[in-house]
Design a protein around this ligand. Structure first.
Ligand SMILES: Cc1ncc(C[n+]2csc(CCOP(=O)(O)OP(=O)(O)O)c2C)c(N)n1
Ligand SMILES: [Mg+2]
Length: 806
């Protein structure tokens, strides 16, 4: 294993400056929170918290990390509530402005939780929903390995992926799912630093948790480093009676330790004297210290002791994953330290004033970089100028976009499902040795074969850092799938945990920015299980990772599997999820057009001006969700004109143009297509000029519509969205029946575009096993139900076929 770096020992002078910077970080983070709250309280009467205690808990560790240990190539997920520290550190490094700090938690100010997309000071990984940023570091390390194994980015040094983790954060199950996956994938270059302050939001954590963590991490192949006692404590343990003190500390319950930290020196003295004061030498050890000294000694846990932390970080000269369990005090250095209610606690103005004096900060000089320091400003400046982390230039890297052909090859059979079409499209891509195909990386949580990625994997192989043969193949046992792993493979096979899928997509989808090497990630899973990883999907979108999510099968097309496998709400997720353009095609030629668009769309990073055509901000790009189906559908033989391709991508086109006296429009989405097509035939004789609208993306159609409305309200009177253009000629009294295999609200809004009556059909309740026709009938989304809805919404003479069918 290569060495990933080791330091010469820190000089006493540098250690002293680190100590100054620690004070500075503690001060600036506390002041940022206090100041913003104070301003806000005066302006709008709101106090908004800010996590002073949570942040202070990591002030020492973050000082050691950012000002010494981190290198430019390293990447960090900061514990959400330590955001003020991060902003303070970036401020000291000249990468954050005073204005943003003054607006902390305010409109467009520094963010309460570090944000890649909203913060200006180079956040590596967003955090906020606890647990997700932690796993992101693990999958980013895997992504880095993937990129380098493919021979890309080798001119850059390998980085370490570091997570700063709250101890209660480890309750989040997704972290354990990630640890297991990391073990399978041979994780390296990953540091997780646990802020073991033994406090969560509400309370004090269980005794002995660290032992569980230690065993767990060791079981999965991690090195574990425990930072328990600071150097003051270690020195005291060497004094006569020191061993007694150590035993007392080891046996002290978490709650009591926290309470004593809060109460301070006199309380420590009383408690220690009561409990061990009669045990000889230790009495002297206690008595020779003032209250302040005693408090400093007892607060000197490993996570607040720069020499111990620096030494522990410096020592790591390997790439094995390493977990540091660092004992800390929540609210360290502040008067709210240790109090179990301190999570949302704020220092009072009087406490802040005392703290200011202790920090030697003059009123009016709170933001001055070198205010209150005991070292000479030139020395501190010289130190800051040399900080390795800040010496690497821009942290956001770039990677060129890959050209995508407008037309992707695929052989369309007379009857085909979109899922089958997806497999065929990827199979065609896999055949070609193009730069585009080389950069595609697929992944799936144990549903590679059943989502039709098999043909792609057969051609492109599975990824692992080491070669692994397919024993069935070497034993000459016939199998449809070639399951061979190699460093050149282009499919990452995951265990079933969907959370891991989304966080891996998040990591792969940021590779252009993190590794300077673009990947085109495509992840597949069953549509209903999006819900299992939904917060991670949201997280990936929030930090603007780019990927294509292929969810298949979906809806009732999983009929025989029953209600546990049928997705209902997912189309609404597609509609509402920011950063994700959702499509649900019915035909494979539509899918081909959408996939070509998607491969381009996920690479875009242009300005956010809306296009005049559809009022979407297509130039900014984003991720894509394709909701596909296993239902074979009779394909339409037609040329793919540029106009049709554009309309498919914009979200809808007339499969049957409505006539001038149109009484009914049927608008449908997805593999339900044959039902509305049949229904249109059944009602044609009794309703005039019926239109059939194929909605390929309710999401984009809806987004364009609301954007055009906003634009008109701003005075751009000519703004027209795609759906408004499609509906421009519809008579006001025609009715719309909308239908999809998913929640009816997905298309119900179509009536609001021009004030048409709508009867939205869809699925609202859990299904049961059955055949597809059984369930279509059961939920009222079959042809008959569409005709019945049309009759109800567009009065006229009875529709004869309905009577015949009924
Ligand atoms: C997924 C999620 N659930 C709940 C929360 C609310 N929350 C924020 S911090 C916190 C407890 C954090 O405790 P710990 O991780 O130990 O950090 P500390 O406050 O001790 O620094 C909770 C429950 C959240 N941010 N994300
Ligand atoms: Mg905690």
């Amino acid at each position: 294993m290569p060495k990933t770096g080791s330091h010469p020992p820190i000089s006493p002078a540098d250690l002293a400056i680190l100590g100054e910077l620690e004070r500075k970080v503690l001060w600036l983070a506390s002041w940022t929170i206090h100041n913003a709250n104070h301003l806000r309280e005066n302006v709008d009467g709101l106090k908004v918290g800010g996590h002073q205690a949570s942040s202070a808990s990591l002030a020492t560790i973050m000082t050691a990390l950012y000002f010494r240990s981190l290198r430019p190539q390293d990447r960090v997920a900061v514990k959400p509530h330590a955001s003020p520290n991060f902003h303070a550190i970036q401020y000291l490094l000249g990468k954050q402005t005073r204005e943003k700090l003054e607006d902390f938690r305010g409109y467009k100010g520094a963010q309460s939780y570090p944000s890649r997309t909203k913060d200006a000071d180079d956040v590596d990984f967003s955090t906020g929903s606890v647990g997700l940023g932690v796993a992101q570091t693990l999958f980013s390390s895997l992504t880095q390995d993937y990129v380098r194994a493919h021979g890309w980015g080798l001119d850059r040094p390998e980085g370490r992926m570091v997570a700063l983790i709250g101890d209660a954060e480890l309750d989040e199950g997704n972290i354990f799912e990630a640890i297991l996956e990391g073990w399978k994938q041979g994780l390296r270059n990953c540091w997780w630093i646990i802020d073991y302050n033994r406090q969560s939001l509400d309370a004090v954590v269980r005794e002995g948790l660290w032992e569980r963590y230690e065993q767990l991490f060791k079981n999965f192949g991690w090195d574990v480093v425990i930072l328990k006692y600071g150097s003051l404590q270690q020195a005291a343990f060497r004094e006569p009676g020191g061993e007694t003190l150590r035993q007392w500390i080891d046996n002290c319950p978490n709650q009591l330790y926290s309470a004593l930290v809060f109460q301070g020196g006199a309380a420590w003295r009383k408690r220690l004297m009561d409990e061990i004061g009669d045990q000889g030498a230790v009495t002297k050890l206690i008595e020779q210290r003032s209250d302040d000294e005693l408090a400093r000694l007892m607060n000197n846990l490993g996570g607040h002791d720069l020499p111990s932390i620096v030494e522990a970080f410096d020592k790591i000269d390997h790439d094995r994953p390493t977990c540091f369990i660092a004992y800390t005090v929540k609210g360290f250095g502040l008067p709210i330290a240790g109090h179990k209610d301190n999570h949302a606690g704020l220092m009072t103005p009087a406490q802040m004033e005392t703290f200011r004096q202790a920090m030697n900060i003059r009123t009016g000089h709170e933001w001055d970089l070198f205010e209150g320091l005991r070292a000479k400003p030139e020395q501190v400046k010289a130190f800051l100028d040399k900080v390795p982390f800040a010496s690497g230039g821009a942290r956001r890297l770039k990677s060129p976009q890959l050209a995508v052909p407008a037309e992707l090859a695929v052989t369309i059979q007379p009857e085909m499902s979109t899922q089958f079409g997806f497999g065929a499209l990827l199979n065609e891509l896999a055949r070609e040795k193009t730069p585009l195909a080389e950069r595609i990386v697929t992944t799936s949580p144990d549903v590679t074969v059943s989502t039709n990625l098999g043909p792609w994997v057969n051609r492109r192989g599975l990824f692992a850092r080491e070669n692994m043969a397919d024993t069935f193949k070497s034993e000459r046992i016939p199998s449809t799938f070639n399951w061979e792993f190699s460093p050149k493979g282009q499919h990452i096979e995951l265990g079933i945990a969907e959370m891991n899928l989304f966080i891996l997509l998040s990591a792969l989808g940021l590779s252009h920015s993190i590794n300077g090497e673009r990947l085109l990630p495509i992840g597949t899973l069953y549509d209903p299980f999006i819900a299992r990883g939904l917060d991670a999907l949201n997280y990936a979108c929030y930090q603007d990772a780019r990927f294509i999510l292929v969810a298949t099968p979906s809806g009732l097309t999983l009929a025989p599997e029953g209600g546990a496998h049928q997705s209902i709400a997912e189309p609404l997720i597609g509609l509402a999820q920011d950063g994700l353009a959702a499509f649900e095609p019915a035909f494979v030629d539509e899918l081909a057009a959408i996939l070509a668009f998607s491969l381009e769309y996920i690479q875009k990073d242009g300005d956010d001006a809306a296009s005049e055509r559809n009022w979407l901000r297509d130039e900014t790009g984003g991720s894509v969700y394709l909701r596909l189906s296993t239902r074979p559908v009779e394909q339409i033989k037609r040329p793919m004109t540029p106009e049709l391709r554009q309309a498919i991508v914009d979200g809808a086109y007339w499969l049957r143009e409505p006539g001038p006296n149109c009484q009914v429009v049927v608008a449908y989405t997805g593999a339900i297509a044959p039902e509305p097509i049949q229904a249109i035939g059944l009602m044609a004789e009794d309703r005039r000029d019926v239109g059939l609208l194929a909605v390929t993306s309710a999401d984009r159609l809806n987004a364009g519509w609301t954007a055009a409305l906003r634009a008109r309200e701003r005075g751009l009177i000519h703004a027209r969205s795609h759906i408004e253009r499609l509906f421009a000629e519809l008579p006001g009294n025609c009715g719309i029946v909308s239908v999809l295999d998913g929640h009816p609200a997905t298309l119900a809004w179509l009536g609001a575009v021009n004030g048409h009556r709508v009867r939205p059909l869809g699925v609202e309740h859990f299904g049961q096993t059955g055949s597809l026709p059984d369930l279509y009938r059961h939920y009222g989304i079959d042809a008959n139900a569409i005709v019945a809805a049309a009759q109800a919404i567009a009065p006229g003479r009875p529709i004869r076929h309905l009577r015949a069918l009924g």
